[in-house]
Ligand binder design. Sequence first.
Ligand code: URP
Ligand code: ZN
Ligand code: ZN
Length: 473
Amino acid sequence: MTLLIKGGTIVTAADTYQADILIKDGKIALIGADLEADGAEIVDATGKLVMPGGIDVHTHMELPFFTTVSSDDFYTGQRAAAFGGTTCHIDFANQQKGETLHEALAGWRAKAADKTVIDYGAHISITDLRDDVYDEIDSMLDEGITTLKLFLSYKDMYMLDDGSIFKIMLKAAKLGMLVMVHAENGDVVDTLIKQNVANGNLAPIYHALSHPAWSEAEATLRAVSLAQVAGASLYVVHMTCEESVDQMTYGRKHGLPVMGETCPQYLFATTDNLRQPDGAKWIFSPPVREKKDNAYLWKALADGRLQTVATDHCPFLFDGTTPITYDGEVYESPGKDSGGDDFSKVPNGTHGIEDRLPMLWTYGVGAGHFSPNRFVELMATNPAKIFGLYPQKGTIAPDSDADIVIWDPEATKTIHWQTQHTRTDHNIYEGMDLRGLPEKVFLRGKLLVDGDEWFGVKGEGKFVKRRPFAEIV
Ligand code: URP
Ligand code: ZN
Ligand code: ZN
């Protein structure tokens, strides 16, 4: 199949220029002025921007959490991603206690199976470091998995001790694997949760009060320090606040190969949201912080102290007692309400995979925080470089996959959960206005989305194997 995208303005992390793009067999074949190709299907992009598809490196489709499971499966979550301009994501295969890494991976792959509509990869989360699991780590590379996720929090569930973390980092350094951490001090969080519950402090705001910013800062600096000693590269997921970004900055100032991600929810939401009657919608970990942290994170994205924006996409219904209709089918699942009025029992997580690009364009580029090129860098190019996908993905260049978004910078809409595509019953950005939206989205040259229309086909999203020794940006 040959496709010719004509008349658009190409935006990459490095350049903005007018050119046509010829696509053959799913790859970008040629970029140039006034291209012609016999028999090619022409896509008119006049007046539009042409950008690489978004890459979201932090998602949790169908994640079991407490007594429920996150409400997007690989089909509904990837469909939502495509409607938001994202054409590739990396999800987490979480090892359960007693499992091998291969068993965890097989279970995760079975969930994705024939549901996929965009390209996807996996990180492996190690939660039970036995000797056999330690020995298994090397073989993850054969599976195309180059990233090891470790938790410094979620005591008695996912958390590892420092000795295990350090041991894994030493091995990761040798193999060229990237260590990813959820950085909160799990003992501090666990103690504060127990104290608050014992004192009857059960409202959603106590979620934030049990996960203090300095416990995130402590865990961030601990992970940075352990990585330095082990000689490992480090990526800290979902950074929320000034205190933790400063620890990351300290490490980077010392020349360490350490990088940080934030997520849209930490740029927009605050503890005020937790104090609302529907505050449970904002229960995720680490928690929302304060307005000054929102502002600090925007600055850190603009000036390079943070390297990516991912989403930690992990939605739940708010009201699990009321089924919703999604894509013509009835869906029901225990929701945030399954925690009753006890914040510590509310499943942690929120959506974001569809909202990420439009929200960051509108309130990042549109509000003057950063340029369209930096937007592409944060949303696609840096994720591809850090996670071993570049230049196959994350840019517009000859021989790259034709994962392309034709972006209308003037298109507007107001967010309403009913017209978004994530399978849930609310949106934490409800009522917010957007200017700048994907118009057409292509995966390896195939049209997935055209305005409100869906053309994706289940099973066409491919698992991507990634390279070790990836870039530090
Ligand atoms: O609240 C969250 N973030 N849920 C998903 C699991 C995690 O910690 O990333
Ligand atoms: Zn986490
Ligand atoms: Zn997560």
